[in-house]
Structure formats: structure tokens, C-alpha cells
Design a protein around this ligand. Structure first.
Ligand SMILES: [Ca+2]
Ligand SMILES: [Ca+2]
Length: 232
């Protein structure tokens, strides 16, 4: 059967027409389905509209104690923030380290501590920080890196494309890796006077270290703007 005979047959015509129809319908159908069921990721259909944008947070914390350090000694604190902890479709809002110490070995809470970060093992263009403070019992010092600027976790309404809202809250794959802060002790001996002599009372200090990473997921629900007839 040559091509001319093939197309003269009515059954073949119908079959051919049906085939051509489905060749067009299926790609259109499968392109639409993800947006219809709300599963579209980046690159797929990108709905525009008014959205209620909300956030689901998870907090990762790591606490440790430096043990007793002598004056000038440095404790190496490492916090690992992995892709596995962050997970797909989630972003890192911030990473914080808080260091506290309580110099109750002698009189006057006169020890202190300082910290210097080294973020060579962390993805992204993050700036190193230094901080220091006194061992009065509370936080001696802390450092915070805001990975997603302006993040506060508060639900809000926005107009626009889903993809624009998603990228507004993107951490751009930064903050992953090995966070390092060296905590250096500053120990000051303040002798306690005992009748006729001095007691060498303070030659060390320990530090409590807490790392906190806030990870979040963005959710968007369409806002239906239905005018209330009773107010018009
Ligand atoms: Ca002291
Ligand atoms: Ca001390």
C-alpha cells in the first residue's frame, strides 16, 4: 500500500487524525497538570496572582562546653550544616553562635572570651566575624549570619509570580558546610585575700557554646479576592 492508498481509506484517515490530535493534546495536558495540582517546581508553569506566603521552620541546635581553658588558649568549635539537614525546597534563614561563661572562680567576674570565625568551609559569600565580651554569667558574645535578608517567618500577602516569591526567599545554596569559630579564653586572676597571704584562685575558664540554625520552607496559598456584597 502506498501513501495515496493509505489516505484514501476512511479508517486510516480517522486513525491518522486521531494520532495527530493526541500528539498535540498530550504535551499540553502534561504541561498543565503540575500547575493544576500545585506541584510545579522551578521552570514549570508559574502562576501569577495574590498569595498568602507562610513559612514552616525547623531549628537545629548544637550545644557544647569548651572545658577549662587557660589564658590565651583556643577551643575549636565546629558546627556542621549539611544538605541532608536542610533538605529539598528548604532554605537557611540564619546561623547563630552564642558563647557564655561565668567567672565564679575568683572575685569580680573578670575573665572574658573572644571568638573568630573561619567560614572557608561554608558555601556562599559569607563574611567572617569577630566578637568578644566578659564572663558575667550571661552571653559573653554572639555572632549571627543572616543568610536570607529580611527573613522573620511572618506570614504575609504578596502579588506576583510564584517563582519570584520563591527566589525572594532563596538562600542561594549558601550556608552549607563546616562552620568554625575559635573561642579564645582571657583569664584574669583576681587573688582572694586571705589573712597574711594571697590565694592564686583563677587560672582557667570554661565556655558554653550554642549553635542555632533556622531552616524554613515557603508555602503559598492563593488568596481569593471575593468582594463582600454586604459592604457595597
Ligand atoms: Ca578571673
Ligand atoms: Ca575563671
Amino acid at each position: 500500500m502506498d501513501m495515496q492508498e493509505f489516505f484514501q481509506d476512511r479508517r486510516n484517515q480517522a486513525m491518522f487524525g486521531g494520532t495527530v490530535l493526541f500528539m498535540f493534546i498530550f504535551p499540553i495536558y502534561f504541561a498543565l497538570v503540575p500547575s493544576l495540582v500545585g506541584l510545579d517546581g522551578a521552570g514549570a508553569s508559574d502562576s501569577s496572582g495574590t498569595w498568602e506566603v507562610s513559612f514552616t521552620e525547623e531549628m537545629f541546635t548544637q550545644t557544647e562546653n569548651s572545658q577549662e581553658l587557660s589564658d590565651g588558649e583556643t577551643y575549636e568549635s565546629i558546627f556542621l550544616l549539611t544538605e541532608e539537614m536542610i533538605g529539598e525546597n528548604r532554605n537557611v534563614a540564619s546561623v547563630t553562635i552564642e558563647v557564655s561563661c561565668n567567672d565564679n572562680d575568683d572575685v569580680g567576674f573578670n575573665d572574658g572570651g573572644s571568638g573568630d570565625s573561619d567560614l572557608a568551609g561554608v558555601s556562599g559569600e559569607l563574611q567572617d566575624q569577630s566578637a568578644s565580651g566578659d564572663c558575667g554569667g550571661g552571653n559573653a558574645f554572639s555572632m549571627t549570619w543572616n543568610i536570607v535578608e529580611g527573613y522573620d517567618g511572618v506570614t504575609y500577602e504578596a502579588e506576583g509570580k510564584m517563582s519570584d516569591i520563591t527566589s525572594r526567599w532563596s538562600d542561594n545554596e549558601s550556608a552549607r558546610g563546616e562552620w568554625y569559630v575559635g573561642v579564645t579564653a582571657e583569664v584574669v586572676d583576681n587573688p582572694v585575700p586571705i589573712v597574711g597571704s594571697f590565694v592564686n584562685s583563677d587560672d582557667s575558664q570554661d565556655y558554653d557554646i550554642t549553635w542555632t540554625a533556622i531552616v524554613f520552607e515557603v508555602s503559598m496559598e492563593p488568596v481569593l479576592n471575593i468582594a463582600d456584597p454586604t459592604t457595597e
